[in-house]
Design a protein around this ligand. Structure first.
Ligand SMILES: Nc1ncnc2c1ncn2[C@@H]1O[C@H](COP(=O)(O)OP(=O)(O)OP(=O)(O)O)[C@@H](O)[C@H]1O
Length: 577
């Protein structure tokens, strides 16, 4: 049962056990709150009989003290089992999600946008925190305690019990019937919220392009629509809740009226005593309170299913796994009949075969969209192949734990990601335990000195979110410094020197040639002069290896490579007239 609860509510084992405890604590609390009603019943009965002895008085005093103690104890238990346990579980849930995201292949992130994922980890977790502390245990607690008390009423007087309880199945039916409709409404409302959050995020990220294209008005109109849609969906959802929950609550109130009517009739008939009638009225006036309170939060409970489903999507997603033991002999990278598609339909790579040898520079060139970046992503196991194998030193990389595998790689991407921290710390990401001296040495090799020393705090200057205070070339140099610091045996350079000016490019290329000595180097380049000294060129076109050989061999072939090289020579002499 615990396993089922775990799955249904996206909880850890402890979280599921705590939820059961929380429900039991709420049930206990509701039953204990009935004790004063029981005592009052006995007291009135005694008073009507006119026979209160000293022992009875002692009984009522002790009974009241015990009832108060039990109320305090059950409240304490309920608080511990719902509130405290939920906050602990919330932390566990966020860590579990983050851990899972670390291991999920990047293909998943292509289908999801950032706002959606952030909202799952932050907003959904906060929402569930409230649902599991305030709403869910009290609702189930109310259902159990009400059922138990209802059964006991049948032992006192079955006719009056029916008069009091007929409302319960009707209220439950309304709730059950409405839950599907409310879930649909909630899904739509959540979708509208995510679209709106995406829109706002996109607007902030692209504000420069929006302004430069004079597209503010059109863009903001679209955003206004998304914001209006959030409001519209929220009102629809609230309306749905108001109709169904309001009806269920009204029906529950009718229970008191029918108890009074049937009770009065039976009293006149003489089939029940005044005290029985009094007890029923007292019980019924309290019986529905927990249930009515929980119904107020029904919409939130139903909405939590949507949040749970979004979490389960992450928790159930396949992860990339593998051994942490590497048995590679050397660092040659081998692509054997590798095919791959991003969406399972269009093949981006089709039977790709080539070897990037240790101690050599292998350059991937070819027309835009030919699959060069995809090859480098597969080589570093950011994605897994659909068929075929990629080996490093003879070791199948699909069997190696991704983070372990990446310890073999220094990667410099086309798009550099920097953190809102100092230059020093941004470079240290290359190797966490590097000393300041080692960081500075790597920075010098990557030619960072030139700009870092001009900043007010040198290498200790903060560079803003994603290095927004630096130029493209400066950002790229930090990324190259990271690769120097990591000094891994395999180097992947994806247009590493693309955003550098000619002077810096030459300096960096000199430094890179020191870095890549005796290593396996896979370099992606658009500029043919960058790869003129490569040991091997692999030309990728339409996802297949169209040509491969040394630069001079390919020059002679008069194929794609020589065509691209001559086109670039022509474009070098191009000017704006
Ligand atoms: N994350 C992705 N999801 C879906 N399709 C993608 C993704 N990344 C790339 N593609 C598609 O895969 C194909 C190959 O892209 P890739 O980036 O590997 O080419 P490339 O040769 O590196 O191109 P370029 O020289 O322009 O950088 C392209 O058609 C591209 O649209």
């Amino acid at each position: 049962m615990i396993k089922k609860i775990q799955k249904k509510y996206a909880l850890s084992h402890k979280g599921a056990v705590d939820l059961v405890k929380g429900i039991l604590a709420c049930t206990l609390q509701n039953i204990v709150f009935m004790l004063p009603v029981g005592l009052l019943y006995l007291l009135v009965d005694d008073l009507l009989k006119g026979s209160i002895s000293q022992s009875h008085i002692v009984f009522y005093i002790v009974g009241t003290v015990v009832a108060l103690l039990l109320i305090a104890l059950s409240t304490y238990l309920q608080y511990n089992c719902t509130f405290l346990a939920t906050y602990v579980e919330s932390g566990v849930r966020r860590i579990t999600l983050a851990e899972r995201l670390r291991k999920i292949p990047l293909s998943f992130f292509g289908k999801k946008d950032l706002a959606d994922l952030t909202s799952t980890i932050m907003a959904d977790c906060t929402y569930l925190e409230t649902a599991f502390s305030h709403f869910i245990p009290p609702l189930f607690g109310a259902i159990i305690s009400t059922t138990l008390i209802a059964i006991s009423l049948f032992f006192v007087d079955w006719k009056l019990a029916i008069a009091s309880l007929w409302v319960l199945p009707i209220a439950f039916c309304i709730v059950l019937f409405s839950s599907k409709i409310q879930q649909k409404l909630n899904k739509k409302s959540m979708k509208a919220k995510i679209e709106c959050a995406d829109g706002i995020q996109e607007c902030i990220e692209t504000i420069q392009d929006i302004k430069s294209n004079n597209a503010e008005e059109t863009y903001l109109k679209g955003l206004d629509k998304k914001i209006d849609n959030v409001e519209k969906q929220a009102i629809k959802t609230e309306f749905g809740t108001a109709v169904f929950v309001g009806s269920a609550q009204m029906i529950l109130k009718l229970g008191i009226a029918t108890t009074a009517l049937v009770g009065a009739y039976q009293l006149i008939n003489g089939s029940i005593s005044v005290i029985t009638m009094f007890m029923f009225l007292l019980v019924v006036s309290r019986l529905y309170d927990p249930l009515q309170g929980s119904l107020q939060n029904l919409a939130a409970i139903i909405a939590s299913r949507t949040n749970i489903a979004r979490m389960n999507e992450i928790l159930d997603h396949d992860i990339q796994q593998g051994t942490e033991i590497m048995d590679n002999k050397g660092y040659d990278i081998d692509f054997n009949n590798v095919s791959f598609s991003y969406n399972g339909k269009e093949k981006i790579l089709n039977n790709v075969n080539f070897t990037a040898k240790q101690g050599e520079i292998t350059a991937l060139v070819g027309p835009s969209g030919g699959g060069k970046t995809t090859v480098s992503r597969l080589a570093s196991r950011f994605w897994d192949t659909d068929s075929g194998t990629i080996t490093v030193g003879g070791m199948d990389i699909s069997k190696i734990e991704p983070e372990t595998l990446l310890s073999l790689y220094s990667i410099v991407f086309q798009d550099v990601t920097l953190f809102n921290n100092t230059i020093m710390e941004n470079i240290r990401i290359g190797r966490k335990d590097a000393t300041d001296e080692e960081v500075l040495k790597a920075a010098k090799l990557a030619n960072c000195d030139e700009f870092a020393k001009k900043l007010p705090n040198g290498y200790n200057s903060e560079i803003g979110e994603n290095g927004c205070e630096l130029s493209g070339g400066e950002r790229q140099r930090i990324s190259i410094a990271r690769a120097f610091l990591k000094d891994a045996p395999i180097i992947l350079l994806d247009e590493a020197t693309a955003s550098l000016d000619v002077e810096n490019e030459t300096l960096i290329q000199n430094a890179l040639s020191k870095l890549i000595k005796d290593k396996t180097v896979l370099i992606i380049a658009h500029r043919m002069r960058t790869v003129a000294d490569a040991d091997k060129i692999v030309v990728l076109a339409n996802g297949t290896v169209a040509e491969s050989g040394t630069p001079s061999e390919l020059e002679k072939q008069n194929g794609i490579y020589s065509h691209m090289a001559s086109l670039q020579k022509q474009s070098n002499s191009w000017t704006i007239k």
